[in-house]
Write a protein that binds this ligand. Structure first.
Ligand code: NAD
Length: 427
């Protein structure tokens, strides 16, 4: 296999461009680090996948069958870990790609996990709370045989939250016959959740951005940011940037985008959205065309929504100094090629958004031990691990004169490859 498109394996995972993107990235890393072909053969295919029909009774009395997926890319380093996504575009290929990225992310952060991901093709905004609960519980029931605190531990992702994790935890606990908080992370604090987990991904993104700003010699007070996505990750990123003096000049979500060159009042926007109003109707900014959001001039651009947002069409038009990939897979390989020729400081997704899985790891450890930490401890350990990983990736990128993404993925792939080699091939 090589990085040539024509030689991509015929995917079991469909023609999903996101899966093709993840495999292409792996192939170019493999070429760069001269990865053993036998190990590449194993790493390029997820370990296990399940597709489940998830029938539920809708509020109108009709039955609707949703399709859900759980993919475990690697179980080499420990239980697999990864979010559960509710979004209309979810398919097997997308979930497989996200699972593969989780493997590299856990390895870069030196966490004892492999990568997994799950998802249900649905529009969570169109489901009632009761429908969401029935969907989550039935899906959990379907994937019961392949999840477990030492096998595969889900967490929230796009379209899911701590309530989703509470239903998952309860359904699993009812099945095994005892309360089992360690089956999921990102759950409510009162069920064994970890303080600071909800904010962890956004905080980790901002720790990385601060390092990058320092390196390019711009103080936070002189920096501006544009953020795509105002959900968990995007909103916390905005809050943490604003706290450090960075001016948020534009924000977007799936319904629209807004801008204010003088800076958006983030607490006021949070309240506005929290009150159930549309982001685009926020009175403290003007509405803009969402297609223009990513190309607004700013110091830091933060895609924090979906994958494949920066493509060959808009990559050449970016007007930022730092691209902080809070979302998973926001930049296509074609866009990456264009960006390589620029002096853009890219903080790749597998590093940039790793704060979430890092605090998920803390949560899992605390649940296993039934011994809980305070928020200061959580944040201090998160910052310590994020900075260590950031500087490892940065040093490698500088030493080998390679892009940050290649450096990050090389570290991740190499770690898993070493473990695979040591464990050998069974039988
Ligand atoms: P979320 O559901 O809380 O928020 C998603 C946001 O993206 C919402 O504001 C939504 O309106 C917006 N959005 C959806 N479609 C859009 C579109 N077409 N254009 C613009 N905005 C759009 O999800 P989240 O947990 O914040 O996750 C966001 C991204 O971060 C995802 O890529 C996810 O995989 C990644 N991520 C999340 C975590 C986590 O801990 N939640 C951890 C690591 C990575």
């Amino acid at each position: 296999m090589d990085a040539n498109h024509k030689n991509l394996p015929k995917p079991v995972y469909g023609e999903s461009p996101t899966y093709q993107m993840a495999v292409l990235q792996l192939l170019s890393v493999a070429e760069h680090i001269h990865l053993d072909q036998n190990i590449l053969e194993r790493l390029s295919k997820p370990k296990r996948a399940m597709i489940a029909a998830v029938p539920i009774r809708m509020d109108d009395g009709k039955t609707h069958t949703f399709i859900g997926y759980r993919v475990q890319h690697s179980l080499t380093s420990g239980p697999s870990k990864g979010g559960l996504r509710y979004h209309p575009s979810v398919d097997l290929g997308e979930v497989a790609a996200l699972a593969m990225w989780m493997t590299w992310k856990c390895a870069i952060m030196n966490l004892p996990f492999g990568g997994a991901k799950g998802g249900i093709a649905c529009d969570p905004d169109k489901l009632s709370i009761g429908e969401k609960e029935r969907l989550t519980r039935r899906f959990t029931e379907e994937i019961l045989p392949i999840i477990g605190p030492r096998m595969d531990v889900p967490a929230p992702d796009l379209g899911t939250d701590e309530q989703t994790m509470a239903w998952l935890m309860d359904t699993y606990s009812m099945s095994v016959g005892y309360a089992c908080p360690e089956i999921v992370t990102g759950k409510p604090i009162e069920l064994g959740g970890c303080v600071g987990r909800r904010e962890a991904t956004g905080r980790g993104v901002v720790y990385c951005i601060m390092q990058a700003l320092q390196e390019i010699g711009i103080s936070p007070a002189n920096a501006t940011a544009v953020v795509q996505g105002f959900g968990n990750v995007g909103s916390v990123t905005c809050q943490e940037l604003a706290l450090r003096g960075v001016k948020i000049v534009a924000v977007g979500d799936r319904y629209g985008a807004i801008a204010n060159a003088a800076g958006i009042d983030v607490p006021a926007l949070l309240k506005h959205v929290g009150d159930g109003k549309l982001l685009k109707e926020f009175p403290g900014a003007r509405e803009i065309d969402p297609d223009d959001l990513l190309t607004i001039s700013c110091t830091v651009l933060v895609p924090a929504a979906l994958e494949r947002q920066i493509t060959e069409t808009n990559a050449g038009k970016l007007k930022c100094r730092i691209l902080a990939e809070a979302a998973n897979g926001p930049t296509t390989p074609e866009a990456d090629e264009i960006l390589k020729a620029t002096d853009l400081f890219i903080i790749p997704d597998v590093l940039c958004n790793a704060g979430g899985v890092t605090v998920s790891y803390f949560e899992w450890v605390q649940d296993m031990q039934q011994f809980f930490w305070d928020e200061a401890q959580v944040n201090q350990k998160l910052e310590q691990l994020m900075l260590k990983a950031f500087h490892q990736v940065r040093s490698l990128a500088k030493e080998k004169k390679i892009p940050m993404r290649l450096a990050a993925m090389s570290l991740g792939v190499q770690k898993v490859a070493k473990e695979k080699k040591r464990r050998g091939l069974y039988p």
